[in-house]
Design a binder for this molecule. Sequence first.
Ligand code: F6P
Length: 478
Amino acid sequence: MSNVSADLVIVANRLPVDRVEQADGTPGWRTSPGGLVTAIEPVMRANDGTWIGWPGGTDAELEPFEADGMKLVPMTMTQAEVEGHYEGFSNGTLWPLYHDLVAKPEFHREWWDSYVSVNRRFAEKAAELAAEGATVWVHDYQMQLVPQMLRELRPDLRIGFYLHIPFPPAELFQQLPWRRQLLEGLLGADLVGFQLPGGAQNFVRLVRQRVGHKTHRDLVYLPDGRTVRAAAFPISIDAAGFESMARSEPVAARAEEIRTALGNPRKVFLGIDRLDYTKGIYARLRAFSELIADGHLDVEDAVFVQVAVPSREQVEQYRILRDEIDRLVGRINGDLGRIGRPAISYLHSSYPREEMAALYRAADVMVVTPYRDGMNLVAKEYVACRFEDTGALVLSEFAGAADELRQAWLVNPYDINGMKSALLDAYRADDRETRRRMKAMRKTVTQNDVAAWADSFMQELSAIPGSHGKAVRPAKRS
Ligand code: F6P
């Protein structure tokens, strides 16, 4: 698969598969965690694209290969780059900064240097692989400099950028010592996509204030004649794929098995998240445990299944979080559980999609309570799997998905008492009420699926005019 000349190139920090060591010590591949991979995979398949990304680890150079019909081009990172670019600038600086400072971001000049050089390498690879006039779609916060670097190398390309996480308000973003460079990096794209309109507005305002370009509504006019558009494209899932998996015989049988293994409680609560401090796992488990301690719920009737998918385990804040959750689950089960009846059934592991679908089928109340989340595809996956219009969704107001899934039981995850009430209401809601809500949410999710998301982004990208023809002054330096 060498010398590919691709019409569609995806650039993302990660490949859709992660290189892992199997039990027998030989290398193998596993689906990477997170919403980005879930969303892009179907788009790739439909467009015969080439995907440039990191396969995890610090292995020696790997050759391009095909997996599941997708052309994958692995980009190796050194240990220093993993620490500086990935764990450092991407996940120690940008991630907490873009998520409302849920944790404190750290600013280190050597992390920034590493971020710049990794972005450059990815841009050079995309420039090498893209066919004349091709479309390159760059993804997420780890790659924000790629659009500009790529444009300098290949002005013939159409470049789109999509941010999967929230884009913060100017008041937070401007803490970044490299704020101007990041904005200019993104302006290399023709179209910059965000989850919500608020993110696009934050971006345009910052470009006007910090870079000094002329803007009008969602457009930025650059002195070189290019127009950059910033707009919202709420991401989604392969709704039909999830539904048909959930309807399948093996998944139905597995869902039954799960409920039996849990002791056939009246209601199963479920949380599925990457083990990340933005997801609000701690507060949610506390809220549930207090309902038991207060006598509103009984462990004979209700159990909380929490799946925590291991994530970014070398980053200190993630290690601390894991210890905190381990301790909390131990304490709750020690205090409130009975023999064969833990209050919380806690699984620190990642699972294949079929197992997730079985868990969604088995769960009566899905609990998604992040402090801040770009979209949260787990919420949409749950809805897609509830083909009988049953089941309740408790959803944080601060997840992007709350904009669309208005019929969920919406909660403020900082308000423990409010969460307790919502959990109890969802638990007690009658069939008519849950059906009414689920039906409406299912309509939203099935109509706005990942194919519709990708189509609308691609259509907008191809509609951006080549030149705006306006007289604009060069941006002022700040
Ligand atoms: O959607 C946000 C995101 O950070 C993706 O960019 C990423 O692939 C996913 O979550 C999982 O995180 P990571 O790649 O750090 O394991």
